[in-house]
Design a protein around this ligand. Structure first.
Ligand SMILES: Nc1ncnc2c1ncn2[C@@H]1O[C@H](COP(=O)(O)OP(=O)(O)OP(=O)(O)O)[C@@H](O)[C@H]1O
Ligand SMILES: [Mg+2]
Length: 227
């Protein structure tokens, strides 16, 4: 599903050159739930952004699905992100002026769905994530955990091939974090491929594999022995 070879990423801001990823090789299979871990500044988010088409690597090869993503034009990249990928961020990234169902409907509307159909589908997903009746709440009328679940609903509404999450539980208390992780576990059980960056070892309990980064390199990349 994802194949990365000799990936490097160096940020250049004027005179300041920051090498962040220093030769990453990895594969992620369809249906895997993989965690990326490592200390702050190790390059976890940077790696996630390169493989999820939110940023462009300095060097190396990134294949997602069957597509060499470095060969796509800007329009093709945008289209690929919209159709094939879902994103969850630590700050939820919901549109504050829109209701829960409108936020969830955004990806469908961007692909040309009719507003009534999009909202109907959005409500279905909101029901599926146990938030029946919260359709018309705005983000500030939802708890942090509920906002994150709405952001997950938005990420999966058009059945992405891969779901990317950058520290999805970082701003949540332990009960809400648990709910978010259980929801991701359910999605994984249904076959969703998930790549999640996290600091917290307890939230990797459902992951098939943990990739550890240190200073821009992979230092371990093992299948977990589930006990
Ligand atoms: N746009 C950028 N320009 C310059 N340097 C950057 C940029 N983004 C990240 N960096 C640097 O790259 C390094 C890795 O950052 P990254 O955000 O990938 O770390 P991380 O492992 O996700 O850390 P955290 O756990 O704190 O989120 C850091 O030294 C950071 O300062
Ligand atoms: Mg990060």
């Amino acid at each position: 599903m994802i194949s990365v070879k000799k990936l490097t990423k160096t940020y250049i801001n004027g005179e300041i050159i920051t090498p962040v990823l220093r030769g990453i090789d990895m594969e992620i299979q369809k249906g895997e739930f993989v965690a990326i871990m490592g200390k702050s500044g190790a390059g976890k988010s940077t790696l996630l952004y390169q493989i999820s088409l939110l940023d462009k690597p300095t060097e190396g090869e990134v294949i997602v699905g069957d597509v060499d993503i470095l060969k796509l034009s800007e329009t093709e990249r945008t289209d690929f992100r919209l159709r094939k990928l879902g994103y969850i961020f630590q700050d939820y990234a919901l549109v504050p002026e829109l209701t829960a169902e409108e936020n969830v409907a955004i990806p469908l509307l961007m692909q040309g769905a009719h507003i009534d159909d999009a909202k109907k589908q959005a409500r279905q997903i909101i029901d599926d994530i146990d938030m029946v009746g919260k359709y018309t709440n705005r983000p500030n009328q939802l708890s942090g955990g509920q906002q994150q679940r709405i952001s997950i609903a938005r990420a999966i509404v058009q059945q992405p091939e891969i779901l990317f999450a950058d520290e999805p539980t970082a701003n949540l208390d332990s009960a809400s974090s648990e709910q978010v992780i259980e929801l991701m576990h359910d999605l994984h059980q249904k076959g969703q491929t998930i790549v999640m960056v996290t600091h917290e070892p307890e939230y990797t309990k459902y992951c098939d594999r943990i990739i550890y980064l240190e200073d821009g390199k992979i230092v371990s990349n093992d299948y977990k022995i589930n006990t």
